[in-house]
Design a binder for this molecule. Structure first.
Ligand code: ADP
Ligand code: ZN
Ligand code: ZN
Length: 786
């Protein structure tokens, strides 16, 4: 009987976003499996497809005579049937093309480009970096153990000594002794040592180096909070239905220690663990803690590894050689055999949302995977997202229970640092003109005089330099975008931060010809210069200032280098952008200063206040981790804003009491579902008319819907005001209305939680014919609406 393979073709058009059945010829019957990549003919051309299913029968309307065969198998299975279920779930939930989702599950370095060998006619994938590399391991033989080198054979003695603890890489021997290879060869001939070729796992050395300093276990007993967290996680594991524990612990309360304990228990039950950490916190410091606890069982996956390293780490997981995966967002898709626990650290981080298709959120996908595998999901944060908090207050979501466990104290009772809020408007009014307020200046002086360390955060968005004509107000803008240009010291250039275009700096105003074209604003470089001047007045011999921003950390390892330098210095100031708010654990930091707290508040995004609160609370947590304690100074123009006040008092309720009613009133998450549909193209007319059609297709469908009986979803949740459960807003221009010569418009959809937003949007879009040259992106649960 003929079997059929249901394929998703590697072609990106919405029209082809469905499976096609191909017959599996007898000679391929043994090698075509779910997750394979195969070659077929589609529309008279060779095409690559992924096998999502196998079946014995075609749909009744399909003519078996028209079904074409699978021509060649191009890869081993890359994912299994469980993964296919998840692929379909993500595609549906986020209204994403299935093929985009499939790619998440393919190995690092995978490419669906097939090439044909003209002689043999055989097709192969152009996948790089999957070749296996071997390396030579040297060990003592049984006979070698009793071998006594001649008295003058110093190098032989050294070699035998080096091997006494077990096999050693020949390459490593070569580092510590001269002509290692000839000594090895000589002893191999005499049967004293043997050389074995083993596969080299790229990326492992970096993982090893990371564990060098980390202690295996935290000193002391677990705290009360840690014990209750572990009990809750234990219950979630035992329930085997994807229960979620939100670990709501202040910075430094020992959350990581809880993850490590919980993972150890899961491993002892023969199940595996996946840990997500924000890309920026995947430092040797973090990885080292996992590695020192779980040794070689740890695989690491993140974008700073090379493709080859990532491939080997991925393959190690697939072969069962690593049972703890630590990585960024995409580590969720590593081929873990039997996941028993998923951990997401810093759950509130917006980097868990993918910015390109499929625009999934790692929290939601992890919750789905946990349900699928009967695993537990642990979401850890000092500032859990409003989504996570809301689900905990409901107690349940999608058939799983959601529980919040608090860890309000740091081990050893170290207090959270006191926070002082400085009103910068008042500073200015009283005649103080420096960017460092009097309070911060004094705190800095005291800190460096005591020889301690300080961390200063400046908000990137608030720090940019641009050109301004003092006569006519002209500001140079990008020719391709709607944004104004930023001045870059390096190369004396104007740069567009949305598309990267560079322009020379004009000598006179292009609009009015005036010579008064002057620099405005402040760049990070200036802040650094001022800071150095200021410090030089206090400590004439100088204090090291380490700047950490996108520029200084661009190269591989740059981020680590900055942190190591700061760590090594006895007294220093770390000046950095948002990236310093996360994961730093330096007990010697006694002062944290926030130079401009409020620029994030001004961004037109309903999460602006939440992000500000998260950021301030996180950065404040960098102070006072050691016995000397610490303090925090926040400079702001909005000292009474609830986000600032909540961080200042370390009291989240101040923020929630103000924010939740606003979100509920204005119909925003977590109370309703949200989707953003962005339409762009080079012709304004085509863009706006497509956008209008999309809006009316959405409205048409919305009219057919009604709220479920008994009111809005969510157990009589009063958030939805009634009427149709869907609201369509727009079309309107995007905040960035032009980008790289493309006009951008959008439509926003708000829906009661009873509506499945992904399928709703997909179906509405199905009714719209998008003209050539116009693109549409769907973002369900958007985190960036510019
Ligand atoms: P978080 O992940 O919540 O920021 P960590 O797990 O990094 O907190 O813990 C902060 C510091 O406290 C670390 O140096 C850790 O080794 C230490 N620590 C954690 N748990 C304990 C404990 N029970 N007793 C003593 N020290 C602890
Ligand atoms: Zn001018
Ligand atoms: Zn531009």
């Amino acid at each position: 009987m003929t079997r059929y393979a249901s394929l998703i073709l590697d072609v990106r058009t919405r029209v082809l976003d469905r499976t096609f059945d191909y017959a599996v010829p007898d000679e391929l019957a043994g090698s075509v499996d779910v997750g394979c990549c195969v070659l077929v003919t589609f529309a008279h051309r060779p095409a690559v497809g992924y096998v999502l299913g196998l079946r014995d029968r075609l749909d009744p309307e399909v003519d078996p005579g028209k079904v074409r065969p699978v021509e060649q198998v191009l890869s081993d299975p890359m994912f299994d049937a469980d993964a296919v279920e998840t692929i379909r779930w993500i595609a549906r939930e986020y209204a994403a093309p299935v093929v985009d989702v499939v790619r998440l599950f393919c190995p690092p370095g995978f490419s669906a480009r097939a090439v044909r060998d003209p002689r043999s006619g055989v097709w192969t994938l152009r996948t790089a970096q999957t070749a296996q590399v071997e390396e030579r391991w040297v060990s003592l033989t049984e006979q070698g153990r009793s071998f006594v080198p001649a008295p003058n054979a110093a190098r032989q003695r050294a070699l035998i000594g080096a091997l006494s603890e077990g096999p050693v890489l020949q390459a490593e021997l070569a580092l510590s002794m001269s002509s290692a290879s000839s000594v090895v060869k000589a002893l191999e001939r005499r049967g004293v040592v043997s050389v074995e070729l083993r596969r080299r796992v790229r990326g492992r050395r970096q993982v090893r180096l990371a564990s060098a300093q980390a202690p295996r276990r935290a000193p002391g007993e677990l705290t009360q909070g840690q014990r209750s967290a572990l009990e809750a996680i234990g219950r979630a594991c035992d329930a085997r239905r994807g229960d979620v524990v939100v670990l709501d612990g202040v910075t430094g309360s020992g959350k990581t220690e809880v993850y490590l304990e919980a993972i150890e228990r899961v491993l002892s039950q023969g199940r595996d663990a996946v840990v997500l950490v924000p890309e920026i916190s995947l430092t040797p410091q973090t990885v080292g803690r996992f590695r020192s606890r779980f040794g070689d069982q740890v695989a690491v996956l993140h974008s700073r590894l090379s493709t080859g390293e990532r491939y080997d780490q991925w393959d190690l997981v697939r072969q069962g050689g690593a049972r703890v995966v630590v990585g960024a967002r995409s580590a969720l898709f590593a081929p873990v055999a039997n996941p028993g626990i998923y951990v997401i650290d810093e759950e509130h981080e917006s980097s868990y949302k993918q910015g390109s298709s499929p625009r999934y959120h790692a929290r939601e996908v992890a919750a789905h995977l946990a349900r699928q595998h009967g695993a537990a999901l642990v979401l850890g944060s000092a500032t859990p997202s409003l989504e996570a908090l809301e689900r905990c207050s409901q107690g349940r979501f999608a058939g799983a229970s959601w529980t919040r466990v608090e860890m309000p104290q740091r081990p050893g009772g170290r207090p959270l640092p006191p926070v002082e809020v400085v009103d910068m408007a008042a500073e200015f009014a009283s005649g103080w003109r420096s960017m460092f307020s009097r309070a911060l200046t004094q705190a800095l002086a005291e800190t460096v005089q005591r020889g301690e360390k300080a961390v200063l955060m400046l908000n990137q968005r608030g720090f940019a330099r641009w050109l301004l004509c003092r006569d006519c107000g002209y500001v140079p803008r990008c020719e391709h975008c709607s944004t104004s240009l930023t001045y870059h010291e390096r190369g004396h250039m104007l740069v567009c931060h949305t598309c990267g275009s560079q322009y020379p700096v004009p000598a006179t105003c292009p609009q009015c010809g005036s010579h008064y074209l002057r620099m405005s604003g402040m760049g990070t470089q200036q802040v650094e210069d001022r800071l150095r001047e200021q410090l030089a007045q206090i400590v004439p011999s100088g204090v090291p200032v380490i700047r950490m921003d996108a520029d200084s950390t661009r190269e591989k390892g740059g981020h680590e280098r900055c942190l190591e330098e700061f760590d090594a210095a006895p007294c220093a100031v770390l000046l950095g952008t948002q990236m310093i708010a996360k994961g730093l654990d330096f007990p010697e930091v006694t002062l944290v200063g926030v130079i401009n707290a409020d620029t994030v508040l001004k961004v037109c995004d309903f999460r602006a206040a939440e992000r500000t609160y998260d950021l301030l609370e996180q950065v404040a947590g960098r102070a006072g981790r050691g016995p000397k304690g610490g303090r925090v100074v926040i400079q702001t123009y909005q000292p009474r804003h609830p986000a600032v006040q909540a961080a200042a008092r370390h009291d989240r309720s101040v923020f929630l009491d103000a924010e939740l009613p606003l979100r509920r009133e204005a119909l925003y998450p977590p109370f309703v579902g949200l989707a953003n549909l962005v339409v762009w193209g080079p012709q304004l007319e085509a863009v706006t008319s497509t956008c209008r059609q999309i809006a009316s297709a959405l409205l048409d469908r919305a009219e057919g819907l009604s709220l479920p009986a008994g009111g809005a979803a969510g157990d009589g949740d009063p958030s939805w005001p009634g009427g149709s459960p869907v609201r369509v807003l727009g079309p309107v221009e995007c905040a960035i209305s032009r980008l790289q010569d493309r006009y951008r418009w959008h439509v926003l959809v708000k829906a009661d939680r009873s509506v499945e937003l992904g399928p709703f949007v997909s179906e509405a879009l199905g009714a719209v014919k998008v003209p050539h040259g116009v693109s549409v992106a769907v973002d369900v649960d958007p985190h960036d609406m510019m």
